[in-house]
Design a protein around this ligand. Sequence first.
Ligand SMILES: [Zn+2]
Length: 77
Amino acid sequence: MWVRRHLVKLQDGRCCYCKRPFTKRGATRATIEHRKSLMDGGSDDLSNLAAACFHCNQHRGTQKNQAKQKAQHTIST
Ligand SMILES: [Zn+2]
């Protein structure tokens, strides 16, 4: 995917969060991250994308899901 290659190049081959250099596989492989998620109205535009390692991408997703669950919980109680 050229977008990912482009982002990785822009970020000097490092994750936008933890700054670890990307590897081909494993937890530090490069993934595309939406700075503003599509669900929050973010776009697929390059300005909204960043390269994050798999670990950070997963971690961020988990945090978001937890926050969401918490919010839903608050509404239901
Ligand atoms: Zn990272």
